[in-house]
Design a protein around this ligand. Structure first.
Ligand code: R5P
Length: 291
């Protein structure tokens, strides 16, 4: 069956890289809005009889979901045989329980919505914590790809005498795996989140960091508070400014600038979300694991 790859706006760089690695041609689609704000789109490449792949990272998801659904419905109405969603960043995964009475489990709700419109899902390092596997919430086949080997290559090739630091227990799964792959020491700190923008980081001892380059590793940077508070804590002990390595750079509001001002050496993210800080390329991982 023929295959066609489409880019959702904002995903063009990664789409080109995946296209060149997978040899799938890139189709043309125009997304826009009517004067009243309603979504309009036009698929200019004929998807009839094809498997369609759409790369659409789901950071800041709400304005993307209607165009995404309309794209899928339009492609199907034009004869697409299958629609595969590649969402390098998968939204709402941190809302995986009822934190306060009256709230819903948004991870389940968004998964159930997406499952209605696509035939499969590929994503990179979704925030799996209380939900252990995507099959618990998605009703379609899904693949979870892991960027740890790419992060480990980055550390091994570019950082002298590293010590990896995870800001909280949830990050330990990534930090431990990257440390194992590049054979370097690591430590995991403790986080107490008091609100969306308020975080406390504690560390009983940071002796392991002395004389090494601290590399903070986390899956997501959103408000940046987790990393900023970790940097503040490390600066009390480690002389060397830390390097921050994150899979998904959401960078809500002015968090990127705030993180740079906090005294980091550098901030490096993967290209699951397009940003100046992208330094780790996930295109091969995706191209080699397509449905
Ligand atoms: C949560 O446990 C995640 O792994 C990240 O630490 C968190 O989402 C980062 O959020 P923020 O940048 O808003 O502190």
């Amino acid at each position: 069956m023929s295959r066609l790859l489409f880019s959702f706006p904002g995903n063009e760089v990664l789409t080109r890289l995946v296209a060149s690695r997978s040899k799938i041609p890139v189709g043309k689609v125009q997304f826009g809005n009517f004067p009243d704000g309603e979504t309009k789109l036009r698929i200019d490449s004929d998807p009839s009889g094809s498997e369609v792949y759409l790369i659409c990272s789901l950071d800041r998801p709400d304005p993307k979901l209607i165009p995404l659904i309309f794209f899928c419905q339009t492609a199907r109405s034009m004869g697409a045989k299958k629609i595969h969603l590649i969402a390098p960043y998968l939204c709402y995964m941190r809302q995986d329980k009822v934190f306060h009475p009256g709230e819903g489990i948004s991870a389940r709700h968004s998964a159930s919505l997406i499952s209605r419109y696509v035939d499969s899902l590929i994503t990179v390092d979704p925030h799996l914590h209380r939900i252990e596997d995507l099959s618990e919430i998605f009703e379609i086949p899904s693949k979870t790809l892991h960027s740890a080997p790419l992060l480990a290559d980055y550390v091994r090739e570019r950082i002298d005498s590293p010590v990896l630091v995870g800001p909280d227990g949830e990050s330990s799964q990534w930090v431990a795996e990257v440390a194992r792959l590049c054979g370097c020491p690591y430590t995991v700190l403790e986080k107490n989140r008091k609100g969306d923008r308020e975080v406390e980081i504690s560390a009983p001892t940071l002796q392991a960091l002395v004389g090494r380059t601290p590399v903070l590793i986390d899956d997501i940077v959103s408000t940046g508070r987790t990393l900023i508070e970790t940097v503040n804590r490390l600066r009390q002990t480690a002389a060397t400014p830390p390097i921050c390595l994150c899979v998904h750079g959401i960078f809500a509001e002015d968090s990127y600038g705030n993180l740079l001002k906090a005294g980091v050496n550098s901030v490096v993210t993967s290209n699951t979300i397009e940003h100046y800080s992208n330094g780790i390329d996930v295109s091969r991982l995706i191209a080699e694991n397509l449905f």
